[in-house]
Design a protein around this ligand. Sequence first.
Ligand SMILES: [Ca+2]
Ligand SMILES: [Ca+2]
Length: 238
Amino acid sequence: MEPATALRAVKHDARLTARQPVSKAVSAARTRLRIASRIVPAVGWRSSASGLALAGDRRGIAALEFALVGPLVVLLLIATVEFSLAISSYVMLNLAASEAARAGMTGFVAADKTRRQMITETVARYAGGLIDPARLTVTVEVHQSFADTRRGEPFRDANGNGVRDEEEWFADVNDNGVWDARIEGEEGLGGPDDIVLYTLDYGWRFFTPVLPYLLGGEEGFTISASLAIRNEPYPDGL
Ligand SMILES: [Ca+2]
Ligand SMILES: [Ca+2]
């Protein structure tokens, strides 16, 4: 007997008590209640089983969602760590360039070293553990002015877009056959009052193979830091 049917029968028995003898009505009601008491636990068991099945379904949905979203979350985490390390290296590289320029602008030279050696050691000291010296290039150039440190070869901007396009005329100042966005200065540390440009280029490499795989084999990129300073007016020959 279904639970709803049994409960309706019990209510029906209660209404009959007004028309039937008391003993007969009570006996019928007790019989209905016994049946109902056997049915209700069975109904409860079926509800519990349905709940367990539903919980299992939800766990399956959660597993499916993680399978779809999990790899993207891991990839995002790896990319965040990789670029955070690259940014940290960029900061260290700028600090190293600043300290190298500070060491070079005084003209001071230790007894057992050259100015160039002092600058190289300064860069290595401030670049930190993330920088591999084997992939670091330090360039020092002397320029006539601060503007010259950023000046490229002159060109005629025929289409007026502010940049030099392939077919536009240019003056090949350094005679290398191509247009240069920046004219290199004379290599060296300069003398008193000279304008000197320090440039540090570092070949950054990713730590994991994940990003190179996604970027079509690119193993990293170049991080650059540069700083132009004027040497102090120290006595020449120092
Ligand atoms: Ca142009
Ligand atoms: Ca050129």
